[in-house]
Design a protein around this ligand. Structure first.
Ligand SMILES: Cc1cc2nc3c(=O)[nH]c(=O)nc-3n(C[C@H](O)[C@H](O)[C@H](O)COP(=O)(O)OP(=O)(O)OC[C@H]3O[C@@H](n4cnc5c(N)ncnc54)[C@H](O)[C@@H]3O)c2cc1C
Length: 444
């Protein structure tokens, strides 16, 4: 996301400094492993499809600028039992957005794509524009294009902190200090360290990818093997044809659901990681089930509803940010770079990002949003949020009605009590979990 934002801002003639704590590219975050699925059919929610059209357009522009192929089209299959959200959601997005598609049974899939060996009751949506991106090459291409537009990018320089200064910001790194008019934060799994209000909304989770040498390599070429998203008894999986590494690649969404601090991550794949993945391949892609070629650990950064969080800082409009993962963000990196450039340049964007606003996680509906007004003139819900952010602990801003224990927390700034300007506890604030249930549409 960061390299894309740097490029689009530099292209608009802005003076850009990009800071990356590791190498460019690297395998410590969320964007490594040779391939990432891109697809137009979007079972997570049809409202992503408009952004995807733009994302495709921008990826194609980037690859023609870079002079190398970054986007491979294989078609995509979203499959599962007929009533599964993957199948139904994918079909819905195709119908709502008039996307070319075919509905295929397990037998149709096997005939067309012999690598697939799915349970007989499976139905799949085949969408011909699906495929994969080469994430490391996309990042390199964005950085090189940003360079060509005059941006300065530093690898191996860690941001230690930032602070607002008037309408601008000061950023402190392990190499020095910089002052700028705008700051764009795209720290992936480290976002919650750079933006503490994301602490409970951008949760890093350990993932593992496997590459197995196919028994029948011809079944797993990009020409004969569409990328897939699949729901089966064992969970939700995704996969790719052989590319870059001599193996058929796949992974399980939310693998063992292990939360990790990215600075302390167990990056060594374990026996049980491999086992769960090999068992899946043996059952559903039997001709792909050969020796393990590679295993890699990677990080998801999950939001509570698994949709992205893209917004400006609740108090400092000169700071914008994206936490766009939950296991499906890479394909959007091009368009999110454009959105971040818009937010940095103008504070608003041409794209509809209401779905991604931070305040939805607190139950604020779009019509309630007047959150760009200064604190004190906010409506009840945004004002409630502003207080939470100010105190820095949104997760503890839980139902504390005026009552006998009121005095125990008034004015405490240690994160255990929440007060508005008058020192009164906030009324009618439910737990985050309650609010999520009401406010956001989970796509689990
Ligand atoms: C196993 C796996 C499979 C996935 N599959 C898909 C897929 O098929 N399709 C898809 O669309 N998406 C997929 N995703 C999700 C997608 O890869 C992520 O949404 C995307 O890569 C997130 O990009 P990012 O820029 O937010 O994070 P990152 O790429 O991790 O970038 C964040 C950067 O910030 C840097 N940083 C952090 N803190 C600091 C600091 N203090 N100072 C300087 N630099 C800092 C980090 O080093 C890092 O380079 C997958 C993710 C994983 C882990």
């Amino acid at each position: 996301m960061g390299s894309a934002a740097a490029y689009y801002l530099a292209r608009r003639g802005k003076r850009v400094l990009g800071l990356e704590r590791f190498d460019i590219p690297h395998s410590m975050g969320s964007s490594h492993g040779e391939t990432r699925i891109i697809r137009l059919a979007y079972y997570e929610d049809p409202s992503y499809v408009m952004l995807l059209h733009r994302a495709y357009e921008l990826w194609r522009a980037l690859q023609s600028r870079a002079g190398e192929r970054l986007l491979w089209t294989t078609g995509s299959v979203d499959a599962g039992p007929p009533d599964s959200w993957v199948f139904k959601g994918s079909l819905r997005s195709c119908l709502e957005h008039d996307l070319p598609h075919e509905v295929l049974t397990a037998r149709d899939l096997k005939e067309r794509f012999p690598g697939y060996g799915l349970p007989h009751e499976t139905l799949g949506v085949f969408q011909p524009e699906g495929g994969f991106l080469l994430p490391e090459r996309c990042i390199v291409s964005f950085v090189q294009s940003a360079h060509a537009e005059g941006a300065e990018i530093h690898g191996r320089e860690t941001v230690l902190g930032w602070e607002p200064i008037g309408d601008g910001v000061r950023v402190t790194t392990d190499h020095g200090r910089y002052e700028a008019d705008r700051l764009v934060v795209t720290g992936g799994a480290w976002n919650r360290k750079l933006l503490p209000f994301l602490r409970d909304f951008a949760i890093p989770e350990r993932q593992v990818l496997a590459w197995l040498q196919p028994e029948r390599p011809d079944d797993f070429t990009p020409e004969r093997f569409p990328v897939f998203n699949l729901i089966v008894d064992e969970g939700r999986f995704y996969g790719f044809p052989v590319f870059g590494i001599p193996g058929f690649k796949f992974g399980k969404y939310h693998h063992f659901e292990e939360r990790w601090d990215p600075d302390d991550l167990d990056r060594e794949p374990r026996w049980d990681d491999e086992q769960v993945l090999r068992d899946f391949a043996a059952r559903h892609f039997p001709t792909g089930y050969g020796p393990t070629m590679s295993l890699q650990v990677c990080l998801f950064t999950n939001s509570p509803d698994k949709h992205f969080i893209i917004d400006t800082h609740p108090h400092y409009p000169q700071v914008s940010f994206a936490s766009a993962c939950s296991g499906h963000g890479f394909k959007f990196a091009s368009v999110i770079g454009e959105i971040l450039a818009d937010l940095a340049e103008r504070g608003l964007t041409r794209h509809n990002i209401e779905f991604f606003r931070l305040d939805r996680l607190f139950g604020v509906r779009p019509e309630e949003r007047r959150s760009r007004l200064p604190v004190g003139r906010l409506g009840p819900a945004p004002r409630r949020l502003a207080r939470m952010w100010e105190h820095g602990r949104p997760d503890r801003a839980v139902r504390r009605r005026r009552g006998p224990d009121r005095s125990s927390g008034v004015g405490r700034r240690d994160g255990h009590g929440w007060a508005d300007e008058e020192g009164a506890f906030l009324d009618d604030v439910s737990t985050v979990a309650d609010e999520q249930a009401e406010a956001v549409r989970s796509f689990w």
